[in-house]
Design a protein around this ligand. Structure first.
Ligand code: ADP
Ligand code: GN1
Ligand code: MG
Length: 360
């Protein structure tokens, strides 16, 4: 994946140190086009083309990201603990090229970015990073943030979009996924639990990250301590339950998000406990109702991701990057298998949350 490319010309519009000499595709994000650029003075940068299909207002994204990183910078002890964006020749945090594509550039942080935890400590540290992030943004003025993707984690609306895609059946794939559709529809009522509780004012609306996968956090190379939270594109008002849950969905799973052998996919209860303990420690302000629904957060976000992957499959793979034609279907199936396993382990998940909450 890290192939050497010719230099992306957008880099010349940012005030970087040295002359850019190498440019490689980088990382395994599903949304933006990411490159690592190195210069002759030994500096490295991340250069990204923002996905305009996903983020229809890239300026609003960069206003959010700029405001959040500036706010965090005034609260962290070391500038490496937050992303450091580079100004363009127009004095803003983005560059618009001749094709009206938006680019941004920020300092490459020399750390470890994992697809799966290599030890309990790695996963614990990611919980500390996301928990601390949540805690640091507790007083951030939420009303100043743009809703960069409207109703991003509104699971009820995700079901509506799923129904629309099913009805439209743009590429004729609906007939082949009847079993998956049934599994999803059988859980529709439960999937709305968080949205209903937010609407009823029983759960607080917080400033949340909304994309808390393990590969969106950076660990220190030597100490393996949490260094920095990445991918701030979806920082918006939301629920802590989706943030906590998404980390579990991705990092406490025994297989990759796109594992084809479903027998390999389950919930690792030990890692579930590790993350829960770390998150509750780093984010002590969670309310009783949030604690009560924490395990539900993990189940609902996993279901939501299954719905989103299957919606995109039915829609002809326009949203998530895919490496082969059934990639989204494979992803949806692994998520559904994980939901089924969580149902098997439901009582144990609830007990672990209660125990870790009591041990805080
Ligand atoms: P996407 O929205 O496509 O997921 P990300 O912003 O998460 O894009 O970036 C993709 C990947 O690039 C990340 O998962 C991480 O591996 C790597 N990455 C992003 N920012 C940095 C950074 N500042 N330093 C080092 N690696 C980074
Ligand atoms: C996308 O950008 P990335 O790869 O970190 C997606 C998340 C999904 C995730 C599934 C803006 O995250 O919502 O949970 O894929 N980001 C957006 O892996 O839709
Ligand atoms: Mg990412």
């Amino acid at each position: 994946m890290n192939t050497v490319l010719t230099m992306e010309p957008a880099i010349h519009h940012f005030s970087i140190e040295g002359k850019p000499v190498a440019c490689k595709k980088y990382g395994s994000g599903h949304i933006n086009n990411t490159y690592k650029v190195t210069t002759d003075s030994g500096h490295s940068y991340i250069l990204q083309r923002i996905n305009k299909f996903v983020f229809t207002d890239p300026k609003a994204v960069m206003e959010n990201v700029g405001a959040v990183t500036e706010y965090l910078r005034s609260r962290v002890s070391d500038p490496k603990e937050t992303l450091n964006f580079i100004l363009s020749d127009k004095g803003v945090y983005y560059h618009i090229d001749a094709e009206q594509e938006y680019w941004r550039c920020y300092e490459y942080a020399d750390g470890v970015c994992l697809e799966a935890p290599e030890s309990d400590k790695d996963f614990y540290e990611s919980a500390i990073a996301f928990g601390r992030f949540q805690q640091m943004l507790a007083q951030f003025p939420a009303e100043t943030l743009h809703e960069t993707i409207p109703m991003f984690h509104n699971t009820v609306n995700r079901y509506c979009m799923f129904r629309d895609a099913l009805e439209a059946d743009r590429v004729g794939r609906a007939a082949g996924v009847a079993e998956e559709i049934r599994f999803i529809m059988d859980r529709e009522d439960e999937a709305g639990t968080i949205v209903r509780a937010l609407d009823a004012g029983e759960l607080p609306l917080r400033v949340t990250h909304n994309d808390t996968k393990l590969n969106n956090v950076l660990l220190d190379k030597t100490t393996r301590k949490a260094l920095c939270v990445l991918d701030l594109d979806t920082v918006m008002p939301g629920s802590s339950l989706y943030d906590y849950g998404d980390s579990i969905r991705f990092g406490a799973a025994t297989a990759a998000e796109d594992e084809e052998d479903l027998s390999k996919m389950s919930l690792d209860l030990h890692l579930f406990r590790v993350y829960t303990g770390g998150y509750l420690k780093a984010c002590p302000g969670l309310l009783d109702k949030e604690l009560e629904l924490l395990a539900m957060g993990a189940k609902i976000i996993t279901l939501e991701l299954a719905v989103r992957f299957l919606t995109d499959y039915l829609d002809g793979d326009r949203y998530f990057k895919c490496n082969y034609p059934t990639h989204n279907l494979v992803r949806a199936r692994t998520q559904l298998k994980l939901v089924a396993d969580m149902e098997e382990k439901w009582e144990q998940m609830q007990r672990i949350v209660t125990e870790e909450a009591a041990n805080r």
